[in-house]
Design a protein around this ligand. Structure first.
Ligand SMILES: Nc1nc(=O)c2c([nH]1)NC[C@@H]1CN(c3ccc(C(=O)N[C@@H](CCC(=O)O)C(=O)O)cc3)CN21
Ligand SMILES: CC(C)C(=O)C(=O)O
Ligand SMILES: [Mg+2]
Length: 273
């Protein structure tokens, strides 16, 4: 098949699947406003996530739990105005998909009102029903397993998930169940690199890793982290400062995109065993 220039094409769900099939890594970043979104578009970022991490990096809270659907709609609409090419994904907030009705309302607002093209929700289990409900109604869904920050109170902190074989087996099963329920994309957060690679091989849908090694089909980082803003010296292993040595914010985004596309980022030191 002809190698087409994917750097110009508007990014869609089928294009992401094609990138997986052709082993072209997907470069994703989070954004929360139009100006940074515009710079990401210019830098060739493939997908942009309006993460509920905005509760931490924009609102200064210690977790993502207080973020509301109104907050997500406001930031997603702002980001959408800055984008042309990348696929725009928006997080459903904590308890925003506790029932099918809430999830459908959230999807209507994020896709219909704010301009996202996909919603993301954490976990499997009871969430599988909701994923099925959304997917059957043609709402593209991104799953998110491993370290799920909306579970921080139950998890007791932000720690790597899937180091023991019981949890690893559950993550494999959850990944397959999410694909089966109709998810189009899957974020793997803070999962040992080998397990993330196995899950990526198991699935037809693309995986996007954060702290999940280089074998995922794509990578995502929180924008503030990759610009060196916020974490100080106690930053998680998977964070790399791309602004240091790049000279400008847009150049940092470009370096990130190049490094993800070339398979240079993440390096071994950015992952977990
Ligand atoms: N700015 C920011 N970046 C993120 O990546 C992020 C957020 N906020 N907020 C929501 C969650 C929380 N995240 C975190 C936060 C801390 C670690 C962390 O310190 N991890 C330890 C792992 C320790 C272990 O279990 O081995 C590390 O040392 O990397 C990981 C993910 C990821 N998400
Ligand atoms: C870290 C990513 C995957 C996320 O969910 C967020 O930014 O909220
Ligand atoms: Mg999130």
């Amino acid at each position: 098949m002809q190698e087409t220039d994917l750097s110009a094409a508007v990014v869609t769900v089928p294009l992401l699947r094609r990138m997986k099939a052709e082993q072209r890594p997907i470069a994703m970043l989070t954004a929360y406003d139009a100006s940074f979104a515009r710079a990401m578009d210019a830098a060739g970022v493939d997908a942009v996530l309006v993460g509920d991490s905005l509760g931490m990096v924009a609102q200064g809270r210690s977790s993502t739990l207080a973020v509301t659907l109104d907050d997500m709609v406001y930031h997603t609409a702002s980001v959408a105005r800055g984008l042309r090419r990348p696929l725009l994904v928006a997080d459903l907030p904590f308890l925003g998909y506790a029932t099918r009705e809430r999830a459908l309302d959230g999807a209507q607002r994020l896709l219909g009102e704010a301009g996202a093209s996909m919603v993301k929700l954490e976990g499997a289990g009871p969430g599988l029903d909701v994923v099925r409900c959304l997917a059957e109604r043609d709402v593209p869904v991104c799953g998110h397993i491993g370290l799920t920050p909306q579970s921080v109170l139950k998890l007791g902190g932000y720690r790597v998930q899937g180091r023991d074989s019981t949890v690893a087996a559950r993550l494999r099963a959850d990944a397959l169940a999410l694909q089966e329920a109709g998810a189009s994309l899957l974020v793997l957060e803070c999962v040992p690199r080998q397990l993330a690679g196995e899950i990526t091989q198991l699935l037809d849908i693309p995986t996007i890793g954060i702290g999940a090694g280089a074998s995922c089909d794509g990578q995502v980082l929180v924008m503030h982290d990759m610009l060196g803003v916020g974490h100080g010296s106690r930053r998680p292993r998977f964070v790399k400062d791309f602004l240091a040595g790049s000279g400008s914010v847009e150049a940092a985004f470009r370096t990130y995109v190049q490094d993800v596309h070339a398979g240079v980022f993440p390096a071994h030191e950015h992952g977990y065993d």
